[in-house]
Write a protein that binds this ligand. Structure first.
Ligand SMILES: N[C@@H](CCC(=O)N[C@@H](CS)C(=O)NCC(=O)O)C(=O)O
Length: 211
């Protein structure tokens, strides 16, 4: 949860107000109930304080005293270890490896489509919309198979998947009726108090009144 500006937290998150990757980290923080200060960043104009600490100037970037972390996967895994409750990774190596691989696939295959829809020209965004829809439909059996993504409990993978599902109406990606399992999955996550806390006002507006 983002705290009042007068209270200085030990954690500072440089985050865009509507980026799917930043939302992933905000959801981890919210699921853990961790308070932090958020510095809102326009990725096209990174502020000097971010440029000084992150060679890639990218968001999300987490700062905790002398520690500076970037890349959503690095930040998310650190937060899960630093704040162990509730755990957002299973304990057995096989399940952990599966979830890590699924998050990698998401970063490589899904996130670029989201970003292309938001930033590309019409041809690029139409092609990205089609690809994202194909990825989602190819993954339908996984959404049907368990309550959360590849797991019985909420995990870091859900923190990566749910921000994408949340954005589908805004991205103009519509799914067929037989893909209802994807919207049902989203609804389960969107109902959690952590999800509502993870949203910026800009993101809340994508599905007004839902979280
Ligand atoms: N691989 C990075 C990608 C994050 C990302 O794409 N961030 C965008 C904003 S949505 C950004 O900071 N772009 C500006 C830049 O990379 O210079 C991560 O996981 O954190």
């Amino acid at each position: 949860m983002v705290s009042s500006p007068r209270v200085r937290n030990t954690l500072t998150l440089f985050s865009s107000l509507d980026c799917v990757v930043c939302h992933r980290v905000r959801l981890v923080l919210a699921a853990k109930g961790v308070t932090y200060d958020m510095v809102a960043v326009d990725p096209a104009k990174p502020p000097d304080e971010l440029v000084e600490v992150n060679p890639y100037h990218s968001v999300p970037t987490l700062v905790e005293r002398d520690l500076v972390l970037y890349s959503a996967s690095v930040v998310s895994e650190y937060l899960d270890e630093r704040y162990p409750h509730p755990p957002l990774m299973p304990v057995d190596p096989l399940s952990r490896a599966r979830l890590r691989l699924s998050m990698l696939r998401l970063e490589h295959d899904w996130v670029p489509q989201v970003q292309a829809i938001q930033a590309g020209n019409k041809t690029q965004s139409d092609a990205a919309r089609k690809k994202l829809r194909e990825h989602l439909l190819a993954t339908l059996p996984l959404f049907k198979a368990s309550k959360f993504f590849l797991n019985t409990e909420m995990s870091l993978a859900d923190c990566a998947v749910a921000p994408i599902i949340w954005r589908l109406p805004q991205l103009g990606v519509s799914l067929p009726k037989d893909a209802k399992a994807i919207e049902d999955y989203g609804a389960r996550i969107f109902r959690s108090p952590g999800f509502a806390r993870s949203l910026t006002a800009e993101e809340r507006a994508y599905r007004d009144g839902v979280a």
